[in-house]
Design a protein. Structure first.
Length: 115
């Protein structure tokens, strides 16, 4: 992912099945970010829906549920904000920065800055 080889990330993650909850969360985060980077909007939308459901159903996530639920919420808003004005972008950036528990916060801030 850091090498920006997003197709390879998707290919690799398709061949892995994590049983550990933390690995599963990280897998989904990488998928989410890769779909966004590749502008695979349909796949991203589907993943956001399934990820939100999975987070609600998963047991024993503790504070990780909030971290990743915020990632899902802000990623949706990031996609919706594309093509909108600077005021929307600035409001979203401020809200992300002010939210304490957000997975991939730096990535989100970088993407909202590029809108």
């Amino acid at each position: 992912f850091k090498q920006k080889r997003f197709e390879k990330v998707l290919e690799t993650l398709q061949n892995v099945n994590f049983t550990d909850m933390m690995h599963n969360l990280d897998d989904r985060r990488l998928l989410l970010c890769s779909f966004y980077e590749l502008q695979s909007w349909s796949a991203l939308d589907s993943l956001l829906d399934s990820f939100a459901v999975w987070l609600r159903r998963a047991k024993n996530l503790g504070y990780h549920r909030e971290l990743y639920a915020n990632l899902v919420r802000f990623t949706r808003r990031l996609v919706e904000a594309q093509g909108l004005g600077a005021d929307v972008r600035d409001k979203l950036k401020t809200e992300i920065a002010a939210t304490k528990n957000v997975a991939a916060k730096e990535w989100l801030l970088e993407k909202v800055s590029k809108l």
